[in-house]
Design a protein around this ligand. Structure first.
Ligand code: SAH
Ligand code: MG
Length: 226
């Protein structure tokens, strides 16, 4: 949190703070992969993006059960933005049976496949965020190839393998407007801490000369488009 300049909206009121605290508590208890401090940094970055332009559009790639969705959704609600939260909801490679991040309780007994969509929806309904959070159920490259709305904020946290991570970067980073924000999760400089692809796409964003570092928290990296 300390890495990002604090943003206190001019409309900051007790009511707003109460709402934010409730959403943060909900996000914290939701199933998923986002520590509280990183979630709050994500919220702050999205808040700045939402405040930077009217009727902002946000996209999240990789929603799982809605944990990060609530942090970004809180910023969308506060700034009048709309968050499109994209996931095919069948889990990444690393979420499948036998892998490190598998959770058998999320398997649909009818299909034998992971299905996080009911859990994601439940989180968004509990958070009362349906007016500003829209779920997109589908494959990220399929959606990005047809997407044309400029993004004030984009969060990449989809598949962490070589192919999905690069597809997300190539498909979504160009949609971020000049002055807009790109956030990438699970960026680990040390290979012992996690897989390479999110780190590699973060490096590629910087090497492109189109993005500059704009804060970090844990494995979350915030970039801003020049
Ligand atoms: N942001 C979440 C965690 C996301 S886990 C949180 O805060 O907890 C990564 C997600 O990416 C999984 O839900 C998986 O289904 C999704 N995913 C992986 N590859 C994808 C693809 N090609 N298209 C859409 N979603 C994908
Ligand atoms: Mg992640």
């Amino acid at each position: 949190m300390d890495d990002l300049p604090p943003t206190v909206p001019s409309t900051d009121t007790a009511e707003l703070r109460e709402r934010r605290d409730r959403l943060f508590a909900l996000a914290s208890s939701a199933t998923g992969f986002m520590p509280e401090d990183e979630g709050e940094s994500l919220y702050l970055a999205a808040l700045r993006a939402g405040a930077s332009v009217g009727n902002a559009t946000f996209v999240e790639i990789g929603a799982w059960c809605g944990k990060s969705t609530v942090y970004i959704g809180a910023a969308a609600e506060e700034t009048g933005a709309v968050l499109f939260s994209l996931d095919h909801h069948h889990g990444s490679e690393e979420n499948q049976a036998g892998w490190e991040h598998h959770d058998g309780t999320l398997v649909d007994p009818a299909t034998g496949r992971i299905d996080t969509l009911p859990h994601w929806r439940r989180t968004i309904v509990d958070a009362d965020l349906e007016s500003c959070v829209v779920g997109i159920v589908g494959d990220s490259p399929t959606v990005s190839s047809r997407w044309s709305t400029p993004l004030a904020f984009c969060f990449i946290d989809g598949g962490h393998g070589e192919e999905p991570a690069w597809a997300d970067f190539r498909g979504w980073a160009p949609r971020v407007v000049e002055g807009g924000w790109l956030a990438i999760h699970d960026v680990f400089a040390n290979p012992d801490d996690g897989g390479r692809p999110p780190y590699d796409i973060w490096l590629a964003a910087l090497a492109s000369g189109e993005f500059v570092e704009d804060g970090e928290c844990g494995s979350l990296r915030i970039l801003r488009r020049l």
